[in-house]
Write a protein that binds this ligand. Structure first.
Ligand code: ARG
Ligand code: ZN
Length: 875
């Protein structure tokens, strides 16, 4: 079944009130739902009432308190149809269902994770608990009573504020929660179990005292302190930056170890994948800390962008996700280094979203149709969705953007809104016409932006000709030109931005070129010397820029641009050109050319102590193999790419071995570990130098020493990566893996690192090791984190290992996906997206990849999730 945006209709009835009573038991949980139903104005009295279900077992049904007769309704596992609907405007339904949380391995609805009862209802999990209008535009006030065994589940949580709790009998107890804020069913949550807790509090700007609690597995309380700190900083930041205060007396976070996604913003009761809660120096890397800070903030910010204002339907998913990602990006930028954060965002966008946009799974930021909504929690909806919001900010500026957001909150609080509503607030506050801009939500694909330049010495003018184009994507054969904001500068010979006396040919203001047509020429007057153009400063639009610049102009930008993001982009472009050319040459059996200037610029940036170490680390980390493959675009040979990348690294290392060694030494940590951005930046630079130095020395000694002496996971894991990926199979690598396993073998989250580092070992031989690791006691196909760390990492981030010429790794992925699908369709479908770029492979591999995909597609029984992904991937 295909769902279409154009088919949207409001429901004939509303559910103003929802009362839920849970008798929790591991295998037989009884759910009693009492729904107040109200006929909407315009609905004919007697119109049948159709509620969603999924694998439900109806125990009893009463209408207005009277047991419903057999002919008055029809119940199947996925539908409850009330035929004899009372003609009164309001009536009640009492629906009793029985569910089994223990056998629910989809991790959607009510399930158990390490004996803790928990829920995941977004997008359509609530219908696995009771029959309901399980869609985001039906808002209801919830009161929830939970009852469970007191010893097994001393903690009983749900949304909103606690109302009362007490004993049922000698074995069982109960709690009642009330959430005064009307909400859609996907924001419902409950948790019951035995957990440790970290408590704190926060006083809002207007004086509300909020009790904060983070619940984690017993014994791991100490690892939740950083998350608590991040939560308090998020609450303060949202007040300051967006004027948004928290609106309940309690805020609970629960960490569980079986979770399909990162986390979930249930009203007042966020449920997290424990990966985004637990951290301490011995077990978490700097990247983990940054991830926790970002996800804690993201879920908290959803309280306003998602919960107070939700989505009318799931086509509007980016309304809450793109906006909330934008907000968490801004938060992290304010907490850390803004340019470093922005570069990290651009890297993620390019490595995750650009390939999605360029392949068979491409879809607009706001899709117009879907078969399975869970397959649309994508980089396009989240990351490109955030970029679109950022462009609005660029176009109207910070003051009007804030005014627009204020208007959005004021106008739509308590509503289920659309993208049109969102765009309109910015049009209203700015008086601008956003109709062309709105195409960003509707047209899939990454625009290609070509730039050509001409200097007229006599006239002292400099012209920039910009041309945009958008490749065809599934279901969208015709594309229109979009409004592209291009932040820019014209850099003079002294390295400073030149100021033109006038601009003709198009709209340019406040350092931004606004490209509106397919092609436009912007002419800048009064320039006494030829400038070097810096385009797309701050990565002001999610486009593929192809600028006709000479290598010396690019080097000039990399060394002089006042915008660090643009400097990094220039450098990245230089490396990318060397690497794509190199891979092409190596594939033809020719030698790879590396210009001396390219090596020198790496050395100069590494040595420039006026620059942030984190920025220097980003500059020194060469484009990934996947990045290079994406640039090449067709007939991709992963082995040639790896070889080219290795050669460039080796050349840089050889040239700067002594300097790098001295720098590595000077960056050695002084004093105790701290996860702050400055210290993390020093570690990241030092660890990339470790990689260069080890490669140059062709010896694992330095990495083995760092591994043995590290007092934090960042340095330990960086050393382990070098050992396994550069010196895999060596005595030192095997030793380090064994030591690590011995120390952390009981800790699933830490073992994820151990699995993923082995999954990244390059070359075709690694497949056998991966297969063996699936039988490791710490591994389980049931746990999404384990599956992603081993099999997800292997298939998405190990191009030479996964793309074996014989296709054996594709068959392995197909087998794994088929084994997971009956248990956890969301996980299976997500895993298979690793094959989305199969068409760009060289012929031999392409055929093998196709065969593996076809084998999956030919299966009789596939989940909707997996069927949707495999069919679109092959289409
Ligand atoms: N709304 C959550 C977040 O972005 C993601 C939950 C998605 N879950 C799912 N099963 N599709 O924070
Ligand atoms: Zn979100």
């Amino acid at each position: 079944q295909t769902f279409r945006l154009s088919d949207y209709r409001p429901t004939p009835y509303a559910i103003p009130e929802t009362r839920l009573d849970f008798r929790l038991a591991p295998e037989r949980t009884i759910v009693h739902a009492r729904l107040t139903i109200e006929r909407r104005p315009g609905t004919e009295p007697g119109t049948p009432l159709l509620l969603d279900g999924d694998e439900l077992k109806l125990i009893s049904l009463a209408i207005n308190g009277i047991p419903a007769g057999n002919n008055s309704y029809r119940a199947t596992p996925d539908l409850l149809e009330i035929r004899d609907v009372p003609s009164a405007e309001r009536f009640t339904l009492d629906i009793v269902t029985e569910i089994n949380p223990t056998t629910n391995r989809q991790l959607s609805g009510l399930y158990r994770s390490s004996d803790v009862y928990c829920t995941q209802c977004e997008a359509e999990g609530f219908r696995r608990i009771t029959y309901y209008y399980d869609r985001p535009d039906v808002l209801s006030v919830y009161t929830v009573r939970l009852e469970a065994d007191r010893l097994a589940a001393p903690i009983l949580l749900s949304n909103g504020n606690p109302v009362e709790h007490g004993e049922v009998d000698s074995a069982r107890h109960y709690a009642i929660w009330h959430d005064p804020h009307p909400k859609p069913s996907y924001l419902f949550a409950l948790v019951a179990g035995s957990l440790g807790v970290v408590k704190d509090h926060f006083t809002t700007r207007s004086g509300r005292l909020v009790d904060l609690a983070i619940h984690v597995e017993h014994g791991k309380e100490g690892r939740a302190l950083y998350a608590m700190d991040a939560l308090k900083r998020s609450m303060a930041w949202d007040e300051k930056r967006f004027g948004r205060e928290y609106d309940l007396d309690v805020f609970n976070i629960v960490a569980v170890s079986d979770f399909n996604m990162g986390a979930m913003e249930n009203k007042g009761l966020n449920i997290f994948n424990d990966k985004y809660v637990l951290a301490d120096p011995e077990t978490a890397t700097d990247t983990d800390y940054a991830g926790i800070e970002a996800v804690i903030a993201h879920e908290y910010f959803h309280n306003w962008t998602g919960n107070r204002i939700t989505c009318r339907d799931w086509f509007q998913l980016c309304l809450k996700e793109g906006l909330t990602v934008y907000r968490d990006h801004e938060f992290s930028a304010d907490q850390r280094s803004r340019p470093v954060k922005r570069i990290a965002e651009v890297k993620i966008l390019k490595s995750q979203q650009f390939p999605e946009d360029a392949g068979p799974l491409a879809h607009p930021v706001r899709p117009r149709e879907y078969r399975e909504i869970n397959n649309f929690y994508t980089a396009t909806v989240y990351e490109k969705g955030s970029e679109v919001v950022r462009m609005i900010h660029t176009i109207i500026g910070p003051e009007l953007f804030r005014k627009g957001m204020d208007l959005y909150f004021e106008r739509h609080d308590g509503e289920a809104a659309t993208i049109e509503d969102f765009i309109k607030v910015f049009a209203d506050v700015s008086g601008k016409d956003f109709s062309q801009f709105a195409l960003w939500y509707d047209q899939a694909g990454t625009p290609k932006l070509e730039a050509d330049f001409a200097y007229d010495e006599k006239a002292q003018t400099y012209s920039i000709t910009l041309k945009q184009s958008l490749a065809l994507t599934p279901g969208q054969p015709h594309k229109k030109p979009m409004l592209i904001p291009i932040a820019f500068g014209l850099i003079g010979p002294d390295g400073k931005d030149m100021v033109p006396s006038a601009v003709t040919g198009g709209e340019v203001h406040d350092g931004v070129i606004y490209l509106q047509r397919e092609s436009e020429t912007f002419t800048f007057h009064g320039l006494a010397a030829r400038p070097v153009p810096s385009l797309l400063r701050g990565f002001s639009a999610p486009v593929n820029l192809v600028a006709s610049l000479s290598t010396s102009e690019q080097i000039f930008l990399a060394l002089n641009d006042s915008d660090p993001v643009a400097r990094w982009q220039a450098l990245n472009m230089i490396f990318t050109q060397v690497l794509t050319e190199g891979a092409r040459h190596l594939r033809l059996g020719k030698d790879m050319q590396i210009d001396d200037h390219v090596l020198e610029i790496a050395g100069r940036i590494a040595a420039d102590t006026t620059l942030d170490p984190a920025f220097r680390a980003l500059c020194l980390s060469l484009p990934s193999e996947n990045d290079i493959a994406r640039e090449i675009g067709e007939n991709v040979d992963p082995d040639a790419i790896l070889a080219a990348r290795d050669r460039l690294m080796a050349a840089i290392a050889a040239r700067y071995a002594d300097d790098f060694a001295a720098l590595y030494q000077s960056l050695t940590q002084q004093g105790p570990f701290s996860p702050d951005a400055q210290s993390a930046g020093r570690r990241s630079l030092r660890n990339i130098l470790l990689d260069y130095l080890s490669r140059h020395a062709m010896s694992p000694d330095r990495a083995a020493h760092q591994f043995a002496t590290a007092n934090n996971m960042t340095d330990r894991f960086a050393a382990l990566s070098v050992l396994v990926q550069r010196f895999g199979g060596s005595h030192e690598a095997r030793n380090a893996l064994a030591t690590f396993e011995q120390r952390f073998g009981e800790d699933g989250l830490v073992m994820d690192k151990w699995f993923s580092v082995q999954a990244m070992q390059p070359g075709p031989e690694v497949l056998a090791a991966i297969k063996a690791l699936t039988r490791h006691p710490a591994f389980s196909l049931d746990n999404p984190n384990r599956v992603r760390s081993l099999i997800g990492t292997f298939s998405a981030n190990n191009p030479t290992g996964f793309n074996r010429v014989d296709g054996a790794a594709y068959e392995f992925l197909a087998d794994t996906v088929l084994a997971i699908d009956p248990e956890n369709p969301q996980l299976a479908a997500r895993l298979l997206t690793a094959m989305r770029s199969w068409r760009s492979l060289e012929n031999q591999r392409r055929e093998k990849a196709k065969a593996a995909l076809q084998r999956i597609a030919a299966m009789q029984k596939l989940s909707t999730d997996l069927r949707d992904i495999v069919e679109r991937t092959l289409a």
